[in-house]
Design a protein around this ligand. Structure first.
Ligand code: SF4
Length: 422
């Protein structure tokens, strides 16, 4: 007989709690989330990005989340429960923050899985704060993250995207080991200072900072040599999270590769642009469509500014503007295919091929049907279009061995090295 889970009313995160509750956030894109933490802290949320990892995280996830659920849900919930178990936090003063995408994919339901897991683990006093668009549009109870705070968070993430992009193009070539890391830390400190003074959010401030960041990374002394260029795409959590992908980015750098990871902003623009597609295909709220058009135009302007800053230096490869990248998958996959990363995965793989990153790792989590269709399912078509494409799908699940994953990647790198020699 299945264990009965007692029903309790969810605890609402109130404004009184904001003062002294530590809010735990699962880690994902490391640089971007450090800046997001700075933004949220400055807005009065005592946010902590979780860094706990290891087998016990997976075990907690397996214990409290149904094993049919996709791997990112299992890890995110496991990481939170493991943190609560650690004894580091006052359980009467701790809350959890989790994203709720609002689409048809399971990411919309993580919050219910988390609440259920909390009850099962005996932590039903812990409030959960959702990060979702219905909160912006006035839904939900308790403390809401406001539109202004979302905007600031987004800008923090964009700065993180730029730093990540430049880091990956400099670190394999740096003459003095550690220069790139120093530049990253310098900019995280500078931006945190500006965030605390509310000074980095205007278009003017962004342009100035983007140019200065690019100039700083361009000034790092580098060796001129050829390296295997590897692009990484996949489900958003396993693509970025070292916990989800067993430190993939670090592993590739240790193998002497130059890595290209498309930014988080692209995913946000994808989510926004899908409202238009939904409206066209299924109808719906005109107001929402208009709001999302304005949001999309705002994102596109920041996207362009960042690309223009990178393009000022010929040694760097800038990503394509979002709508150009989107157009790359037209006629190959329907843009109504928008569960999970949907058509974005296909567009990103084609873009990577066109930018010279033909060696691609497609990170696939267990239990993720949408990304298996739009990622793995599109590889053959992309190889037909780009015969040099060397794409390997890597599966991430609780039972997969890191050694096997790395061996498959090493095999792909061997092919990449051979074709580079040729
Ligand atoms: S995209 Fe895949 S892995 Fe991510 S939440 Fe949806 S089903 Fe799960």
């Amino acid at each position: 007989m299945q264990n009965e889970i007692k029903e309790t009313a969810p605890v609402i995160f109130t404004s009184e709690m904001k003062k002294d509750y530590t809010i735990l956030v699962p880690d994902m894109a490391t640089i971007q989330f450090r800046l997001l933490r700075a933004v949220l802290r400055n807005e009065g949320f005592l946010v902590e990005i979780l860094q706990n990892s290891g087998k016990q995280v997976v075990d907690e996830g397996l214990k409290h989340v149904h094993n049919d659920t996709c791997y990112p849900a299992l890890l995110v919930i496991g990481q939170m429960l493991d943190a609560l178990n650690s004894g580091q936090y006052d359980l009467n003063k701790t809350a959890l923050l989790i994203t709720q995408t609002g689409g048809g994919c399971r990411a919309s339901n993580y919050i219910y899985l988390l609440k259920k897991a909390l009850i099962k683990a005996g932590y039903d006093q812990i409030p959960v704060l959702p990060l979702n668009f219905s909160e912006i549009l006035g839904g939900g109870k308790g403390v809401r993250i406001t539109v202004a705070q979302y905007r600031k968070g987004l800008i923090g993430i964009v700065y993180g995207d730029l730093i990540m992009l430049l880091k990956n193009q400099v670190i394999p070539y740096e003459k003095n080991k550690g220069d790139t890391e120093k530049t990253i830390e310098k900019w995280i400190d500078l931006l945190t200072e500006q965030i605390n003074q509310g000074k980095c959010y205007s278009f003017r401030a962004m342009k100035k900072n983007f140019d200065a960041i690019v100039a700083d990374f361009a000034a790092i002394p580098v060796r001129t040599e050829r390296r295997v260029k590897v692009g990484v795409v996949g489900e958003i959590y396993v693509k970025y999270s070292p916990l989800g992908n067993n430190g993939l980015e670090k592993f590739l750098i240790s193998q002497g590769c130059e890595v290209m990871l498309p930014g988080v902003l692209g995913f946000m623009m994808y989510a926004v642009s899908n409202t238009e597609v939904s409206y066209r295909l299924y109808g719906g709220s005109r107001l929402l469509r208009r709001v999302m058009r304005i949001v999309g135009a705002y994102f596109a302007k920041i996207d362009r500014m960042m690309i223009e800053a990178v393009e000022t230096r010929s040694q760097f490869v800038a990503p394509s503007p979002f709508y150009e990248m989107k157009a790359l998958s037209e006629g190959i996959i329907g843009h109504g295919c928008k569960m999970g990363e949907g058509w974005l995965l296909t567009s990103e793989m084609i873009e990577l091929c066109e930018k010279g990153y033909e060696n691609i790792i497609c990170a696939q989590p267990f239990g993720c049907l949408p990304n298996h269709v739009a990622g793995k399912g599109m590889i053959r078509k992309i190889k037909e279009m780009h015969p040099k494409a060397n794409i390997v799908p890597i599966d991430y699940d609780p039972g997969a061995s890191k050694v096997n994953q790395e061996n498959r990647i090493k095999l792909m790198l061997a092919v990449a090295r051979e074709s580079m020699e040729e």
